[in-house]
Design a binder for this molecule. Structure first.
Ligand code: SF4
Length: 350
């Protein structure tokens, strides 16, 4: 051990935070979080260090660690979020980590625009837009986008359209085939357009029953006003949405809002499948791959997935159901509750 490393270990604070273990070239080999940086980091060099799981893996590289950087945080929850972001940035070789983590796609609704667009993105700037995801792959985001496009009209062009200003003399084909309401020619008011976008939000949130109820109300009011063509279009939309609900066969969770997480492992990889149940119906599912899982316990792999996935997820339900009972469940629950701004219960099936 170099004198510099020895001095760092001596001066580690007894505070929560995140640590980065680096080799002689400054490459980050491992990122970890701790309730007490002093106790956790020093433990890797102690004779009675853990001989299983994460402790074992770090011990196997302890001789290659030339430097330890750390950041103090106010709480372990804050450390957990920072840890997930640093794993994403450095992709450390000895962390269990999400594969292709840097490029997961999301659906974005540009709510800062007078007439928002709904589009795919891989970036999450703080620009007033609303994001849904992450999705595990381009094909799973495409599947959702195609469904949303079939069900709801919205613009796909990027021209600047301001409320009260006619942007074009003539609309594009999408207007003629009823895939866009034509805000470019002021064929729809800002309020009506945004009401349709609010329905897209409800749909992507998985609140399809609420959406169907709202649409049924709209349909009744259109018929009462003898707007039969509009009422018929709404009826078709309701049927199409109901069909997407019927195709979700897992309807045994009356009114439940939860994510169900399952896992399969092989060699140095793990596949984690997440099912999103909202309003008692399964409204989404996706498979994420994790790498560097060799020598990690099932509990450790699942914990790493939950930390890294929910650090970037845009929707967190009040319950998350996993197969194994996790050692740091309380810390994880506090972290999820902070991200959700409401309590989250981590339930285990075992
Ligand atoms: S109809 Fe107008 S607003 Fe809609 S996509 Fe075409 S150009 Fe854009």
């Amino acid at each position: 051990m170099t004198p510099e490393l020895e001095a760092t270990l001596q001066n580690l604070p007894d505070r929560p935070g995140v640590y980065l273990m680096k080799d002689t070239r400054g490459v980050v080999l491992y990122v970890g979080k701790a309730q007490s940086l002093r106790h956790r980091v020093r433990s890797y060099w102690q004779k009675d260090a853990p001989r299983a799981g994460e402790g074992m893996r770090i011990r196997s590289v302890v001789d290659r660690i030339a430097d330890v950087d750390y950041t103090i945080t106010d709480s372990v929850s804050e450390a957990l979020l920072l840890e997930a972001n640093l794993i994403k940035r450095y992709q450390p070789r000895f962390n269990v980590r999400l594969k292709d983590d840097k490029s997961y796609p999301y659906i974005k609704i540009t709510l800062a625009d007078d007439f928002p667009r709904v589009e795919r993105t891989r970036k999450l700037p703080n620009d007033g837009s609303r994001y849904f995801g992450p999705y595990a792959s381009a094909s799973s985001v495409d599947e959702s986008m195609n469904l949303v496009r079939r069900l709801f009209p919205f613009r796909t062009c990027t021209i600047d359209i301001k409320d009260g200003v006619r942007a074009l003399q003539r609309p594009c084909l999408l207007y003629h085939i009823k895939r866009c309401q034509g805000p470019c020619i002021q064929a729809v008011s800002k309020e009506d357009y945004r009401a349709d976008i609010a329905q897209v939000e409800l749909f992507l949130e998985g609140r399809r029953e609420s959406l169907v109820k709202a649409l049924q109300g709209e349909m009744t009011s259109a018929s009462e006003k003898t707007e039969y063509e509009r009422a018929g279009a709404i009826r078709d939309k309701v049927r199409a949405i109901e069909r997407t609900m019927e195709s979700q066969k897992m309807a045994a969770f009356a009114r439940t809002e939860l994510d169900l997480v399952g896992m399969a492992r092989q060699d140095n990889q793990a596949a984690v499948q997440i099912f999103n149940v909202r309003g008692g119906k399964m409204v989404g599912r996706d498979v994420f791959m994790l790498e560097a899982t060799h020598e990690a316990s099932d509990e450790e792999v699942l914990t790493s997935f939950l930390e890294q996935f929910y650090a970037r997820a845009t929707s967190i339900p009040p319950s998350v159901l996993v197969r194994h009972s996790l050692p740091d469940a309380g810390v994880l629950e506090a972290f999820l509750a902070g991200r959700r701004s409401g309590p989250v219960h981590l339930r285990s099936a075992s």
